[in-house]
Write a protein that binds this ligand. Sequence first.
Ligand code: 5GP
Length: 323
Amino acid sequence: MPHIDNDVKLDFKDVLLRPKRSTLKSRSEVDLTRSFSFRNSKQVYTGIPIIAANMDTVGTFEMAKVLCKFSLFTAVHKHYSLEQWKEFATQNSACLEVKYICLDVANGYSEHFVECVKDVRKRFPQHTIMAGNVVTGEMVEELILSGADIIKVGIGPGSVCTTRKKTGVGYPQLSAVMECADAAHGLKGHIISDGGCSCPGDVAKAFGAGADFVMLGGMLAGHSESGGELIERDGKKYKLFYGMSSEMAMKKYAGGVAEYRASEGKTVEVPFKGDVEHTIRDILGGIRSTCTYVGAAKLKELSRRTTFIRVTQQVNPIFSDDK
Ligand code: 5GP
């Protein structure tokens, strides 16, 4: 008989962080930099652990140039040619971290994927391997024991993802992050919360839940540095943003949607937001402020100082669309 897991699983929208007494005087005292030592590659990392998603509309070279000034990562999308890479590498050696490999599949649960992780680990013993996506502790453990260092967590939360609609599969992101972080940290591995952040508060909640890194797609879409066609209509500017398994992406890179599958992503028009630098400052400012509310002098302390409270409403909706 099918089994029902009766534990309540939560999303970012279901909780708020409870403020705590703090000795911090100003958000300028908060340090968002983290240092990690990876379990399998033995490499060390220092930076602000936010990553631009490996989507062709977000993980662009232009994005990488700006984000690296803030010590943020960009997972560069896979559709650049070798020539484009060579040109970028000669002009921007400071933005290049080729010590990382991101193995990204929609369904990280297949045996074939586990074998692939093992194989890449064998061939690249000193590279830091990110692998996913999964949403449950046992699969996090299996991928770490197969050689991955950082596990990407998230099935279905993405802003342009339609997996939950098309397949009925998924896991509320906050609970997925809490459970997967616990499993990973038990093995000295790390996780990325991938997808579902719609505002700086969600990024703070992901870190509070135990994410080591947070990956952003939609929040970084629609900027000058983002990919996607710029559209002008009625004097307003928009940029196209689409999922990597949307019909638009599959037409662009695979000649169309194969007959046996459905697209699991959609295309949206994002109002043009200008330079991404402003958005980055807004996100980092928000997280610093979160840290002052809960008394965390460092991002590292945020999850230890986090108590989530369940809520039925996050914001006052009267003057906004955030219902
Ligand atoms: P966002 O920050 O926009 O909520 O989520 C970004 C994440 O959505 C990406 O890092 C990736 O994991 C996921 N994603 C990107 N494109 C697609 C897609 O076409 N289908 C699905 N299911 N997920 C996608």
